[in-house]
Design a protein around this ligand. Structure first.
Ligand SMILES: C[S@@+](CC[C@H](N)C(=O)[O-])C[C@H]1O[C@@H](n2cnc3c(N)ncnc32)[C@H](O)[C@@H]1O
Length: 237
């Protein structure tokens, strides 16, 4: 492991905004913060917005600075990446930004029913061959429904035409309320203040001339979700 990584891991231990549950604290068990984020971390009752697979936490930090009337929590498994967001939040005293280092597979152990109002998923691996690992598959949406408010919004920003179209098909097939689907936000002048926040991966894809897409929809709680039939062979990204 590089020296820098070690240094970041050590510094991560000092950040009050970064939670790093051990495997035993989330595997088949409720984490101590579940149901307590408002009371024990933020000290207010403002809506909580998650960024899943946040990497360096660009969205979490930028949104927290812009929207003081909400709380933001970035979630990722890579501590050396999240160090960036946690350090900025600490240095700039951004009280409405926090981070959790955990596998998203365990997220039901970290948040309680109705604790979260919105979810952003920013440039996830599309997992073309493995729908069970895909962050917008019914498997993950079912997990999110255990803590997202009924009708809460899910935002997906991605470079992957496959993931955008697959998620759109899932939304339509399950009669979820589609708020917006845009398959080229920069080409259609849709990249406003919020959508033009650039993550590290987004910058890389933009540099390669790849179109950036955006999708948002409301996730209902009490419906049985079904997977769309989707031809992964038709896509290379
Ligand atoms: C392609 S990167 C995108 C990072 C960031 N959102 C960006 O746009 O720069 C995907 C991120 O998701 C995280 N990730 C993928 N699967 C995950 C999982 N099951 N649990 C937690 N984090 C995951 C990875 O560690 C990685 O940081």
């Amino acid at each position: 492991m590089g020296k820098d990584k070690f240094k970041r891991f050590r510094e991560n231990e000092t950040f009050g905004c970064l939670y790093q549950p051990e495997f035993e604290e989330v595997f088949g068990k409720d984490y101590k913060m579940k149901g307590n984020w408002h009371k024990d971390h933020f000290g207010n009752g403002l809506p909580i917005v998650l960024e899943l697979g946040c990497g360096r936490g660009e969205y979490t930090v930028a949104m927290a600075k812009r929207f003081k009337e909400k709380n933001f929590i970035g979630v990722d498994i890579k501590g050396a990446r999240m160090w960036r967001g946690a350090k900025t939040a600490t240095e700039e005293s951004i009280a409405n930004a926090a981070f959790v280092r955990t596998r998203i597979e365990f997220i039901e152990s970290v948040f309680d029913r109705d604790e979260v109002s919105e979810i952003w998923i920013t440039f996830p691996d599309p997992q073309i061959k493995r729908y069970k690992k895909r962050l917008t598959s019914t498997i993950f949406l079912d997990k999110y429904r255990s803590f997202l408010k009924d009708g809460g919004i899910v935002h997906l920003k991605t470079d992957s035409a496959f993931l955008h179209n697959y998620t759109l098909a899932l939304v339509l097939q399950n009669n979820l309320e589609l708020i917006e689907a845009n398959n080229d936000i920069y080409g259609t002048d849709r990249a406003d203040d919020l959508l033009s926040i650039r993550t590290r991966y987004e910058s890389i894809f933009l540099g390669q001339g790849i179109k950036i897409t955006y999708l948002s929809f409301r996730l209902k709680r009490e419906v049985q979700l079904t997977e769309p039939e989707w031809d992964s062979e038709a896509y290379d990204r």
